[in-house]
Design a protein around this ligand. Sequence first.
Ligand SMILES: *[C@@H]1O[C@H](CO)[C@@H](O)[C@H](O)[C@H]1NC(C)=O
Ligand SMILES: *[C@@H]1O[C@H](CO)[C@@H](O)[C@H](O)[C@H]1NC(C)=O
Ligand SMILES: *[C@@H]1O[C@H](CO)[C@@H](O)[C@H](O)[C@H]1NC(C)=O
Ligand SMILES: *[C@@H]1O[C@H](CO)[C@@H](O)[C@H](O)[C@H]1NC(C)=O
Length: 201
Amino acid sequence: MFAVCATVLLYLTSGSHSAPLSCEELVRPLDQLEPHHLEGRWDFIASSISNITFLEIFKRRDSAAVDFINHNGTSTASFIRNRRHGEKCYYHSNNMSFEGSTFTFDDESPANLTGTFLHTSCPDCLLMHFDVQSKTRLHLYLVSRRRELELKEMEEFKAQLECLKLPPPVVLDPTKELCPEQTSSEPAAAQTQDKTDKQKA
Ligand SMILES: *[C@@H]1O[C@H](CO)[C@@H](O)[C@H](O)[C@H]1NC(C)=O
Ligand SMILES: *[C@@H]1O[C@H](CO)[C@@H](O)[C@H](O)[C@H]1NC(C)=O
Ligand SMILES: *[C@@H]1O[C@H](CO)[C@@H](O)[C@H](O)[C@H]1NC(C)=O
Ligand SMILES: *[C@@H]1O[C@H](CO)[C@@H](O)[C@H](O)[C@H]1NC(C)=O
């Protein structure tokens, strides 16, 4: 049984050729991250969180996206997450710093959060692995420039979750409306709206 758990085989078929991939190959950090590549809007496709309570909370949103605004060629960026619940949009902004394939958030957030960009075969996706409070909680987020991925790409994500021993993913409904972007020139307004929305909620 141990061997079965330790090695999740994924058959990525291209034409007639099938190659099994080990967890080591499936779950590895991105070789190189070009911060400029992050720029713009990414939609949340699917996610898994080691703590089911948090995964249930994630599941309640209708849609979610993140806007990266690179700080002019530096290794930092604004990371503005949004989520829609019915008619309402909620925004949360962080400053993210990159080093190699890892990232950290430089804010006062109580959650001690570090992350890694993992490799994915999906050409227009980002796979983000969050380590909250020294592995108390692990999050894996698959975001893309597209709203919906191919079956093969979702299969790879599921195999990656198995390797990381994370629960099956919550997949967001690609037909649900997304929140509009915040304008880059108004980070202060974004923050205000976040706080206002939280008070209303
Ligand atoms: C999940 O998170 C909740 C809320 O923070 C916490 O009460 C609970 O103990 C956590 N569960 C596990 C298994 O860590
Ligand atoms: C970005 O950096 C370039 C080169 O350092 C500088 O000329 C430009 O003014 C900067 N732009 C902004 C918006 O800070
Ligand atoms: C991000 O950094 C900029 C420049 O240092 C700062 O003005 C802004 O308030 C920071 N935003 C957050 C959410 O920490
Ligand atoms: C955050 O985690 C890092 C690595 O586990 C640790 O060195 C650091 O002390 C932690 N910081 C806080 C504020 O808990």
